[in-house]
Write a protein that binds this ligand. Structure first.
Ligand code: AMP
Ligand code: MN
Ligand code: ZN
Length: 901
């Protein structure tokens, strides 16, 4: 052997040894780290901020329930035919079918001068205002190019991190992380059949847009489909960019972490390139498609044949619907494929005993991985790689160290075991120890440990319904957990609900801005929010006199001064704390006079503004709300006006009164009504046999349900909701269990239903009634979120509140427009709507406006008696008259407001 050879060998050995030492020491170090992490027994999520945790509304959460598609408002309210319509059909099926059946022949992707080159400027869209401007711009275009970038590693279902949109003039990069909750602004342009959207390979993009934003694409030209029809040798965008545009692109950037901000220059370039050239490419391919027709065919009628085929294939893509994968057991599919691959790889099934053990462990680990990924909103591959699962199942390590090492070795390519494994290594250890543990027992145990009352992991909008629905899933599953386990589960669901409730419903920004309005003689008129200042400023009714905090002086003579009228209340600054206990970390608005009455007040009596809307922490809110619901019952008895429409009509009466709600208000109110039992029976019959029953029978049942909903048309959700009317939480649960996993439309009732054993409060303390009464937003995934979303109040600044400060007296007037439907549905869902209307009508008829004022005072008294508020602003009192306005020019002047819209 030559010396040089020997040297080579020595060097190789030396470097091998060095490498081994490095590797070993590296994972010793990591092992050490992991010990520290796991000894904290706290989840890494407490310190890692993931961008998606800022999303307020998530359409596809990590629960095991299916995805709910957008329902267009027309569909929801349109006649009884919607009952037959399946829940998950494409909301734009009709529009897309029209395009497929009557394709349009003119395809013009470019107009006038077109500059192919990409210049330096693009628009970064990260505010709602800019997004609205973009929507406005796009609405005037005939065509635009679109591409999206996803993030999938650190998320269970993945999310859209960026949308690139290019018109002939401009490139827009939409920061869909910052704007996640505002993306519905782009829905109309995407579903507009008159605007063509050009994509390349849109199959996934179409689904991603549905999943994250309920955006549905109608009218698309997919350049990849055009390539297919043209039988191009390659169909990738990179190929087209190179051959058609002479542009090179580095597709490796596709796999970058698109969550990062700011994006690197390289990523911006990549992202823009993916959308910028689409219009040009579409134009060129269209020409080719037309030429192909001419070459290929003798008949001029066929001129558009190939082009139409490309267009047809593109629009077929639009008909695809996003679905969540549902397995019969968590991690099942992954486990089976892993086991198969492993057995095939080994080519033998000799040691079948070992195999059984191996398979069992693989299934356990896959189930654990699946649940952990959902809880932490991570991809399963991030939680634990397939190789690591095989390694663990093969080696069956028995100490936490060995477990860590096995994973680290298997995953050497991926630096170190994931954060999930590091902070939950004990779970895996348990699985290796407890030989008797059944697969069914693992998941509840893990869930309880992670999200339960002593849970280690944070509750988020992603895993919340996992927790809430798990109970039902378990009970319907093979082995029901023990009584005890059930009780704990109940407790921790409640705690979790509360946490999420605080997180989601509490005001995200201080409610009171404490801006000041002065009269032109310099006297302070009131404190208010910024929006109101702007209202006066924009109309030239005031001038800004101070900047920080801002103050204005009115340029007109207001009606009176607060002190002169005993309205000192308005010239107090207001603190952003719970008026009950002083809690300053979270609070939400509380309406002292329940909405079911207030909405029916004469306009000028509604303007109690800040007086009757106060801030309460979640706990005080719950107390106040419960008392209010109880007092409503008292009112109902006192006035003889029931809370729920209560009596079913016999057939004769039914014909007489038809289904109109007006009937109720004209006096014979007590006769028009439907009992909860009849309502539920009718709804159940319609849901089960609606399609098959004779139409006369069906019509009759529909009348019963319609009566409850105030005579409006009924949708399937209405029916499902009706099933729950008048049931106690306990009965609801029983029904849900009977019906299987869960009622599609049942709104979660977990928080606030602890009165379960106190009394037989029907709807009283449910989240449903809270939402309706107090106008708070429902957690994602619940029915209202999906269907009424576009109507829904997304932030605090428009949350129908009091005026004095915290905005929105302005908003109350917007009711005549698009919120009408919302109001209508409010009336029906509420159940108390008809009651409220009758009470107010009664008061006005018998006692006039004084009656309404007295009524308000009674409610304030109830509030004071139950919450014992210690932090009410000075000047607040039970007998406040509520009379106060600025006269003709006031923001509160109803006629003024309407004309100013
Ligand atoms: P593109 O439009 O080609 O840039 O791809 C859009 C998104 O799809 C990317 O942001 C990726 O998240 C995902 N994607 C597409 N192809 C791959 C791939 N081969 N590997 C990983 N991610 C991919
Ligand atoms: Mn792309
Ligand atoms: Zn409080």
């Amino acid at each position: 052997m030559e010396v040089t050879e020997k040297v080579k060998i020595v060097i190789s050995i030396a470097s091998l040894v060095a490498a081994t030492v490095l590797i070993v020491s590296e994972y010793r170090r990591r092992k050490h780290q992991s010990k520290q992490t796991s000894s904290l027994s706290s989840c890494y999520l407490h310190s890692e901020l993931k961008p998606q945790f800022g999303f307020k509304r998530v359409l596809a959460d990590n629960s095991y329930s299916g995805f709910k598609h957008l329902k267009k408002l027309e569909d929801v309210s349109s006649s009884s035919s919607s009952i037959e319509k399946s829940l998950n059909c494409h909301p734009y099926e009709t529009e897309i079918t029209v395009l497929l059946e009557n394709p349009k022949l003119e395809f013009s992707f470019l107009r006038g001068e077109y500059l192919l080159e990409m210049n330096d400027s693009y628009v970064w869209v990260e505010t709602e205002l800019k997004l609205k401007e973009l929507a406005e711009t796009l609405s005037k275009e005939k065509v635009f190019g679109v591409d999206t970038e996803q993030h999938s590693l650190r998320s269970f279902l993945g999310f859209t991190a960026l949308i690139q949109i290019s018109t002939q003039e401009e490139d827009f990069l939409v920061d869909t992380i910052a704007l996640h909750d505002a993306m519905s602004i782009l829905r109309p342009v995407f579903s507009d059949p008159l605007i063509c959207k050009v994509f390349h390979g849109a199959d996934n993009d179409v689904l991603w847009l549905q999943r994250d934003f309920h955006i549905y694409v109608v009218n698309m030209f997919d350049t990849a489909k055009a390539c297919e029809v043209l039988s191009k040798p390659q169909r990738s965008l990179a190929y087209l960019l190179e051959t058609v545009c002479g542009v090179a692109t580095n597709k490796l950037l596709q796999r970058e972490d698109w969550r990062q901000r700011p994006l690197s220059e390289e990523m911006v370039l990549y992202a823009r390139t993916d959308a910028h050239y689409l219009l040009y490419i579409a134009d060129c391919l269209t020409t080719e498609l037309k030429q192909l027709a001419i070459v290929d065919s003798s008949s001029p009628d066929d001129k558009f044949h190939f082009l139409l085929e490309a267009s047809r294939r593109s629009n077929m893509t639009c008909l695809q619907l996003y679905t969540k994968e549902i397995e019969d057991y968590p991690g099942n599919a992954a486990a089976s494929s892993l086991i198969n691959r492993h057995l095939n790889g080994h080519g033998d099934n000799s040691t079948s005993f070992v195999d059984a053990k191996f398979q069992e462990f693989v299934r356990e680990l896959c189930a654990w991985r699946d649940l952990m990924a959902r809880i932490h909103d991570e991809s399963t591959r991030y939680v634990l790689s397939d190789q690591a699962i095989v390694a663990l199942a093969t080696k069956q390590p028995t100490t936490t160290e060995d477990i860590y090492d096995a994973i680290a070795q298997a995953d050497l390519a991926i630096e170190s075991p994931s954060a999930v494994v590091c902070s939950h290594l004990d779970d895996v250890y348990q699985m290796t120890q407890d030989k008797l543990v059944k697969l069914d027992a693992i998941l509840p145990a893990v869930l309880q440990k992670c999200l339960g009352s002593d849970g280690t992991c944070p509750i988020s909008i992603f895993n919340y319904s996992l927790l809430v629905n798990f109970k039902t899933k378990l009970t319907s599953h093979r082995s029901a957990p023990k009584q005890n386990g059930n009780k704990n589960l109940k407790q921790f669901t409640r705690k979790a609900s509360r946490e999420l409730f605080v997180k989601k419903f509490s005001c995200k920004a201080p409610v009171y801005h404490n801006c000041r309005i002065y009269a032109n003689d310099g006297r302070l008129l009131c404190y208010c929010d910024r929006r109101k200042l702007e209202w006066y400023l924009n109309r030239g009714l005031a001038k800004l006199v101070e900047e920080n905090p801002p103050a204005i002086t009115l340029l007109f003579e207001p009606k009176g001064r607060p002190e002169d009228e005993g309205n000192d209340f308005y010239i107090q600054t207001k603190r952003n704390i719970c008026v009950g206990c002083g809690e300053g970390n979270h609070y939400l608005r509380y309406r002292i006079i329940p909405s079911c009455y207030r909405v029916h007040f004469p306009e000028h009596l509604k303007s109690h503004r800040s007086h009757d809307i106060v801030l309460l922490c979640v706990d005080c809110h719950e107390v106040a709300h419960a008392a209010a619901e109880k007092y409503k019952k008292q009112i109902a008895t006192e006035f003889g006006i029931p809370l729920f429409v209560h009596r079913v009509l016999d057939s004769k009466e039914a014909q007489g009164t038809s289904s109109s709600m007006d009937q109720e208000s004209t006096g014979n109110s007590e006769d028009a009504g439907v009992s909860p039992l009849h309502l539920r029976t009718a709804a159940m019959a319609l849901l089960r046999h609606g399609n098959r029953m004779p139409s006369s029978r069906r019509e009759k049942l529909l009348q019963t349900v319609k009566m409850y909903y105030g005579g409006r048309d009924i949708s399937e959700e209405d029916l499902e909701k009706a099933l729950l009317i008048g049931l106690s939480p306990h009965e609801r649960r029983k029904l849900e269990r009977k019906k299987g996993v869960s009622l599609k439309h049942s709104v979660e009732v977990s928080h606030m239903d602890k009165q379960e054993n106190n009394n037989n409060d029907t709807d009283a303390n449910s989240l449903v009634s809270l939402v309706e009464e107090q106008g708070v937003e429902v957690p994602a995934g619940s029915e209202k979120d999906v269907n009424a979303e576009s109507n829904m109040v997304a932030d605090d600044s428009s949350n129908g509140t009091s005026g004095g400060d915290g905005v929105t007296e302005l908003n109350d007037t917007q009711c005549n427009g698009n919120t009408l439907h919302q109001q209508n549905s409010k009336l029906s869902l509420l159940g108390h709507g008809p009651h409220g209307k009758q009470i107010v009508e009664h008061l006005l008829k018998e006692y006039g406006e004084d009656g309404v004022r007295d009524f308000c005072q009674r409610w304030r008294q109830v509030f004071v008696d139950t919450v014992h508020p210690r932090h009410l602003p000075g000047g607040w009192n039970v007998s406040h008259s509520g009379r106060r306005d600025f006269g003709e020019f006031s923001v509160y002047n109803p006629t003024k407001r309407l004309s100013a819209e």
